[in-house]
Design a protein around this ligand. Structure first.
Ligand SMILES: Cc1cc2nc3c(=O)[nH]c(=O)nc-3n(C[C@H](O)[C@H](O)[C@H](O)COP(=O)(O)OP(=O)(O)OC[C@H]3O[C@@H](n4cnc5c(N)ncnc54)[C@H](O)[C@@H]3O)c2cc1C
Length: 398
């Protein structure tokens, strides 16, 4: 694997960096303060091609590979994790599921609208009683003549109040457990579908988060994504891309923390010299640099495997686990480096610290990533207590 960026990759990164500094950074603090989901900025992300970054050009996407995608997501993540979440959900969770599992008609109808930003999509896996144990869906889908009736609740759904289409995971036959799961493309203006905003979040306050309710929502057979029984595989394949995207965004938080720390350490003086001249301050900066590099290289390795069509689930979990934890540590150190100034939102590090807290929770908690990695190392399944230790099915991991 070549660690040098090609001219084209450098251009993609520099373009994303300039876009982030010009459009995202100046709005991030106010959007955070006002809990404002900035649809104008979302439209700009779409105009840049970032909402369909890894979607093939023939479906309206930018046709980037995963290495390129990481460069874009890192820059957006450095600017604002709330906007990075929009990219991750729309591109990795929603679009990549359609690219992989959609029929020709589904792709033609929906993907160009998602890539252009005309529509937002959301990914409805988590429920009030179903998080890490994602196979245990309480939402039910009942077959009718020519379609399905879906009922249930979804919780913590990013973009759920703005989405035009929701990927909804539902159980068709509880006796079949995860093999009974199906995924539906549900228009959010369907009768019986409603959403409610979730407020009071610690971070990602500029991102939309919803509770969804489906009360006998009727959809046609054409709403089924994949086959009945594919639901769990669809969810896991989406998370494989989503976790990668979260990890790349967290590299951006690491990098942003480092850059802010260096700038402040050179400018702030104590004891008659810049604080950056003190060894203990340099130690904080060095720790951030090491974590940033390590996180980035783990992301690039996972991206390289994806681009070569090689299995990458374990390496993606490693990248997600490390990058999300590293981003928290970097933001923490960056606040320390800033002293009292780091405790208010004059500097981005305070927002980094709050925003990044969720990344070890969503798309599979750090504990779940460790269990995936541990299972790969040992061949033993510690995810589900009552499963046979050597169970091959990846029966968990929301
Ligand atoms: C801001 C935000 C946005 C989100 N966006 C989305 C979205 O767009 N779509 C979506 O579907 N979901 C979304 N989520 C939900 C998120 O994916 C879940 O919160 C996550 O999967 C964890 O589920 P849970 O909250 O139910 O926690 P639980 O599963 O109840 O876990 C609680 C604790 O128990 C631990 N735990 C659970 N099982 C095990 C085990 N087997 N071994 C060891 N430890 C275990 C967990 O690691 C955690 O520490 C979002 C969440 C937030 C906060």
């Amino acid at each position: 694997m070549d660690f040098e960026l090609s001219d084209e990759q450098a251009l993609i990164r520099d373009t994303a960096r300039a876009f982030t500094d010009r459009e995202i950074v100046p709005r991030a603090r106010e959007n955070d303060r006002n809990e404002h989901f900035d649809t104008e900025l979302v439209a700009k992300l779409a105009d840049q091609g970032y909402l369909g970054a890894i979607v093939p050009v023939e479906h309206g996407g930018a046709g980037l590979d995963y290495r390129d995608y990481a460069l874009v997501v890192e820059e957006v993540g450095r600017g604002c994790s709330a906007m990075r979440t929009v990219v991750s959900v729309q591109t990795s969770l929603v679009c990549s599921s359609l690219v992989r599992w959609g029929t020709h008609e589904q792709k033609q109808e929906i993907l160009p609208r998602l890539c252009s930003g005309e529509w937002l999509g959301c990914f409805g896996l988590t429920e009030p009683d179903t998080g890490s144990d994602a196979a245990n869906q309480k939402t039910r889908a009942r077959k009718t003549d020519g379609g399905w009736v879906i009922s249930g609740q979804k919780m913590w759904i990013s973009l759920g109040n703005y989405a035009k289409v929701a990927l909804v995971f539902a159980q068709t036959d509880p006796a079949k457990r995860h093999r009974g799961l199906a995924c539906f493309l549900v228009p959010t203006d369907s009768a019986g579908f409603s959403s409610q905003e979730i407020h009071g979040k610690m971070g990602l306050r500029g991102s939309d988060t919803a509770a969804l309710s489906l009360d006998d929502v009727e959809v046609g057979d054409e709403a089924l994504l994949g086959e009945v029984g594919d639901g769990f595989k669809i969810a896991m394949s989406a998370l494989d891309s989503g976790r990668y995207s979260v990890a790349a965004g967290c590299v951006g938080v690491c990098q942003g923390s480092l850059e802010a720390s260096v700038a402040y350490a050179k400018e702030r003086e104590q004891f008659g010299r810049p604080i950056g001249a003190f060894q203990l301050v340099q130690a904080m900066i060095a720790e951030q640099r090491v974590m940033t590099d390590a996180a980035r290289l783990l992301v690039w390795r996972a991206g390289d495997l994806k681009d070569r069509g090689r299995p990458s689930t374990t390496e993606t979990s490693i990248a997600k686990l490390y990058a999300t934890e590293a981003a928290q540590s970097c933001a923490h150190l960056a606040i320390q480096d800033h002293g009292g100034s780091g405790y208010v939102d004059d500097h981005p590090v305070e927002r980094y610290y709050r925003d990044v807290r969720v990344t070890t929770l969503y798309e599979g908690t750090s504990q779940i990533q460790k269990l995936i990695i541990g299972r790969a190392e040992t061949g033993l399944n510690a995810l589900v207590p009552d499963a046979p230790a050597s169970a091959p099915d990846p029966v968990a991991a929301g």
